[in-house]
Every structure is written in C-alpha cells, then in structure tokens.
Design a protein around this ligand. Sequence first.
Ligand code: SF4
Length: 209
Amino acid sequence: MAVTSDPIATTTTTEPATTPTPAEPMTLPVIPGEHPNEAPRLVPIEVVPGKALYKQILPGVMQVPLDLVLAASRKSSLWPMTFGLACCAIEMIATYMAHYDLDRFGIVPWPSPRQSDVMIVAGTVTKKMAPAVKLLYEQMPNPKWVISMGACATNGGPYTRYDRVLQGVDKIIPVDVYVPGCPPRPEALIDSFIALQELVMEERGNVGR
Ligand code: SF4
C-alpha cells in the first residue's frame, strides 16, 4: 500500500535558536567635581505621615484649586465684543482709547462674537434690532457675560414710552452688570468691568452659561 505524504505539510522549517544577549549596563560618564551637592538629594526621602507628599518632594510648590486658576485667568482676559447701538457706544469707544488704558485689566476689544467673553449692550435696543443682539449673544462661546450700559439698554431710558423700543435688554438675554447713566462715563464702564471681574471670581467652578 502506497502512502503519499503532503510535502508541504511534512516540511517544517526550524529556526535556529537565538539566545537573547543580556543588556549592557548603562554607564554614565563621571565628571569629577561636577554637581557635588547633588548626591544628598538622591537618597530616598522619609515620608512623614500626615504631611502632603508633594510638599516633601517639592518644597515651595504652591497648590491651588484648578477652578480658582481658571477663574483668575478668565477675569484677567475679558474680551468685550465691539458693537454699539446708540450714543452710549460713543462713551464705550472712548473707554477703549489709550487715555483709559483698559489693557491693564486684560480687557481687549474684539471684533468677533466667536472669541468674545463679554457683550456690552451700549445703546437703545429696538425691537427691530433685538433679534440681531440675541443672535450675536448666542454666537459667543461659554462662559460669557453681559453688561447693560446706560438707561436705554437697562429699561428703555428716555424712549421707554415708545412701543418700538425694548424695555430692557434683559428681556431677551441675561444681564450680569447694569451701568446707570445717560450716558455713563468711561469710569462707570470701567467700574462695571471690575464688578464683573469680582463676579467671575465668585462664580468660579459654577460657570454654566
Ligand atoms: S442711555 Fe442716553 S446716552 Fe445711552 S443710548 Fe440711551 S439716550 Fe443715548
């Protein structure tokens, strides 16, 4: 009886056994006299129970909550969107000029809602303009804040009897700080920014909108 065998099945290739070569121990060049004071730092530290480990390893490191750092960063870089509705906008523009130096507070006027933090509603909000104001507010990223500048933006001001004027911009968007006056002076707008900075620090960790 003839037995046929599959040459492919019976052919086995045996790899020559390779023995791993032991890793060469890494030697660092020793430079005599260099960093003589480093050796004591390389001994294991003794962990003191009840004391934070990072304070033992890195003395002098400051530990603060992350929401505090984020809030401090936000309040120090408030970017108001540059748009105005009526005569209050002239005072707002004056506030942005060099005489008042808003940059010292980290306040930089920004001509786009996409990167702005603050909307200053400066002027009369008519019912025709209200949808555009709301759209601009919705285009701003979170977190965002609103300053209602002047009597018109707050409650209609001198035009409160007119049906075509919105009786306060807070009817369509939330307002964080109100600035009284007709028009408010630049110092009043700066004061509202300082109040807003305090608000940002107060609501740290609870910024939802
Ligand atoms: S509050 Fe006075 S200054 Fe400001 S927009 Fe109204 S009318 Fe003009």
